[in-house]
Design a protein around this ligand. Sequence first.
Ligand code: ARG
Length: 452
Amino acid sequence: MWKGRFAQDTSSLVQQFGESISYDWRLYPHDIAGSIAHARAQLNAGLLTAEEFTAIENGLREIHADIDAGRFEFKASLEDIHMNVEAELTRRIGAAGAKLHTARSRNDQVATDTRLYSRTAIGKLLISISQLQNALLDRAEKYAATVIPGYTHLQRGQPVTVGHHLLAYVEMLERDKGRLTDARKRLNISPLGSGALAGSTINLDRRAIAAELGFDGVTTNSMDAIADRDYIAELLFATGLCGVHLSRLSEDLILWCTAEFGFVMFSDAHTTGSSLMPQKKNPDVCELTRGKTGRLVGNLMNLLVAVKGLPLTYNRDLQEDKPPLFDSIDTLTLILAVNTEMIAAMEIREERCLAAASDPMLLATDLADWLVKKGVPFRHAHELVGKAVAEAIRTGTPLDQLDLPAIDPAYTADASVVFDLQRALAARTNPGAPSLENVRAEIARWKSMLQK
Ligand code: ARG
């Protein structure tokens, strides 16, 4: 492709070092769509005859079909997807193929291809995330009223429900969708026509090319358009954070399926056994989700570090943007699918949840609130309940069986009404709090928002 200036062939080691076709072949649908739009603009600018354009378009569509069918031989000597497609087109249709690269560079081509790839990938991720939200929502509905302890510092804090806990993840996933949608909006502009870095002396209709490719507009600085990989960084951040959310969900579920918690049971299909210990049933899906999230975070670091030292505009370092991009999309796609399946099939062990939630210590804050409603300032109420808790621990008496009025006259005999889980939950009616009524209203809201 650059034989004019060179007397020697590229060393085979350099070829091996520099090729990207082994991974960027997957850009072919976008590369071909970009080339057809570019050729049409050449036709409209009078640079191609109608026959030449038709030969190019048909030739590219045939190459597309051959790649789809696995009939295309990619050559590492042609480096990347752009040169593999163009060289094959020229081999098939002759001179017209050699005109295609007029007013274009691989630099604006690769930026276009990766924007189109990212746009498609985001569309698919949005659907997969909604499916996982629906699976969580279904379980939240089934176990809307199942009370469990809510934790801070992994210490029992206050009563919540499984429904409320699972809906917290539905919220996080909705924010992930928001970030992806936002990234898609920003990336959907066409860099084609920016050339190698300084546009071209041959003017093609950039807006028409952009419209044909479904872009919302064109980039407005050719140097930025060539050097920019922000859209990949944003996508890697959004996928990384989505992974972090699912890693936290995994951690909850790993705890919940221990003998110590015993809140959840996964189906046999979503767990593995031990080759040594016959009794084991391991939450590998959760552990691998947690583990693979390390890759998602690493991919973001990989790209940011690759870009941080680059002067404008294109530098070959940028070829290293694609392995982390593809890996994050593939990894998150699989994480979402497998978690959706596992969560749809998981069962909550309600008797174990109730046993854990029946710890009267969970209602210590409610007891302080009860004192406050009797007119005791909160700081004083906190201290009084602290004394009762210390007494319960010292004497080994459950908090709800202490003689509270004997500890302080601020407690009257009716303080014991506090130790009723249903009452405690029902009182949590403020927006965002876990009363059953609130949780059911949230489930209804999500259901109408997430239309299957
Ligand atoms: N394979 C290259 C990449 O992924 C395409 C752009 C090559 N441009 C160049 N000037 N060598 O970045």
